[in-house]
Design a protein around this ligand. Structure first.
Ligand SMILES: Cc1cc2nc3c(=O)[nH]c(=O)nc-3n(C[C@H](O)[C@H](O)[C@H](O)COP(=O)(O)OP(=O)(O)OC[C@H]3O[C@@H](n4cnc5c(N)ncnc54)[C@H](O)[C@@H]3O)c2cc1C
Length: 409
């Protein structure tokens, strides 16, 4: 591609980062009829990390369907939907729920597939929609004026646009260069997150299973979530644990047979260890309202409730609408108001999501005497009072209530 030719013209919008949220932003912008170019630091044939998003909510599938007809259904078809979920407390089942099979041809309540597959489907949709990708192009900084942004790449190339969307992930250069800070906390203990490939000859039943205080793991919490082609296992370590002992492929091989058939220790595909950040940026746009932040560039949540990528998709759709309005505005003030509305709405949603993920963390791991007692009493009485079992089951998801009126997750 002739970079000189591109940089000499001013783009209506440039997206930085070809992760799932950057690609969703590009699709939403194309839906508004705008030409879109994505600048991506890594090469096209990169290997993306595993152990990230698997769970996509119905609302997300519906939004994907709106911005790229067929995509929501394709995503659903590539994933799995588990018909049963169970919760155990110290080895005893305290809650079970069976779901009806979704009607064929409808968007299901959720779908579960690895993020690498989600990204592949988004990429194919982007190519079909005419999104331009410029790979191996790392943005190192930016200059902003009242009516344009200039991006400067590692090789010194300059790209100009009316608007820039920073979808460049947790270590966002766009956020840092815009002087925007993150606010929040970090989980105190670590989680070991393991992906394993299913054995197609003898698969386990498709059930999401959460264990509070698994007896075989000396009381550590363990979550099992099926996804297309495999399983996600989350082991929650104690604050005093030596991470090394449980993480890495060797560490996982040592404990996995305590909670699953030993054959799965030979089927590990990815292991990551996280201490989850719970942070939201202080503003979703720069002072001049030319740079918008979306996805992990703007917020990081513990994955309980699956709010990261799901809310990144909403950020993307709202950002694209705001940019389209900004480009058509009759004055700078009107253009700014469109971006202000995006920034306000998505920051409110992100703060809600951060707090909800925090409630989930407290629910499953909170060490206060009150919370420990609540879990213990809930489990003891769950046989007589189903609501208590349901309360325990909700732990890994956080509150069921929605975000403030007028805001989507
Ligand atoms: C264990 C775990 C489980 C999760 N489970 C779920 C789940 O079930 N559901 C859910 O909704 N979310 C989940 N998430 C969160 C989800 O993975 C993230 O929200 C999502 O990956 C964020 O996507 P993104 O596009 O914002 O960022 P990224 O995926 O990080 O993409 C950023 C892109 O920007 C590029 N880039 C970075 N810097 C530059 C630069 N300077 N110039 C150009 N390009 C650049 C990067 O190379 C990358 O391609 C989970 C996360 C974890 C860790």
């Amino acid at each position: 591609m002739n970079t000189q030719a591109i940089t000499s013209s001013i783009h209506p919008v440039l997206v930085v980062g070809a992760g799932p949220v950057g690609m969703t932003t590009a699709l939403a912008l194309r839906r508004h009829g705008l030409p879109v170019t994505i600048l991506e630091a890594e090469p096209q044939n990169r290997i993306r990390p595993g152990s990230r998003a698997i769970y996509i909510h119905r609302a997300t599938l519906q939004l994907l369907e709106e911005i790229s007809p067929g995509l929501g259904h394709r995503m659903a078809e590539h994933g799995v939907i588990w018909p049963v979920k169970r919760t155990f407390f110290r080895g005893r089942q305290v809650y079970v729920r069976h779901y009806p099979t979704p009607e064929p041809g409808t968007i299901p309540p959720f779908t579960s597939l690895p993020q690498v597959q989600i990204e592949r489907l988004l990429y194919d949709a982007c190519v079909q929609a005419g999104v331009q990708f410029v790979w191996s192009t790392q943005v190192d900084g930016l200059e902003v004026s009242e009516d344009a942004v200039t991006l400067v790449t590692a090789t010194g190339d300059r790209w100009q646009a009316r608007y820039v969307v920073g979808a460049d992930g947790a270590r966002s250069t766009i956020r840092r260069s815009s002087g925007i800070k993150m606010e929040g906390t970090r989980s105190v203990n670590a989680f070991v997150v393991v992906d394993i490939a299913e054995d197609p000859a003898a698969p386990m039943p498709l059930e999401r299973v959460f264990h509070y205080q698994h007896p075989a793991m000396d009381g550590r919490n363990v979550l099992f979530v099926p996804f297309a082609g495999g399983w996600r296992i989350d082991l929650q370590l104690f604050e005093t644990d030596d991470e090394e002992q449980y993480s890495g492929e060797a560490g996982v091989r040592a404990w996995l047979p305590r909670v699953m058939d030993a054959k799965y220790a030979e089927r590990i595909t990815w292991v990551s260890t996280y201490q989850f950040l719970q942070v939201v940026c202080e503003s979703f746009a720069d002072n001049l309202r030319r740079v918008l932040l979306v996805g992990e560039a703007a917020h990081l949540f513990a994955p309980f409730g699956a709010r990261g990528l799901n809310s990144g998709v909403v950020d993307a759709v709202v950002a694209a609408r705001a940019i389209s309005q900004g480009l058509q505005a009759g004055s700078l003030d009107e253009a700014r108001r469109a971006i202000d509305a995006f920034a306000e709405e998505r920051r409110t949603a992100a703060r809600y999501n951060r707090d909800a993920a925090g409630v989930a963390l407290e629910h499953i791991q909170g060490g206060s005497v009150g919370m420990q007692l609540k879990r213990y009493v809930g489990a003891s009485l769950s046989g007589a009072w189903t609501d208590l079992g349901r309360w325990l089951d909700e732990g890994p998801y956080g509150p069921k209530s929605g975000p403030p009126t007028g805001t989507k997750y």
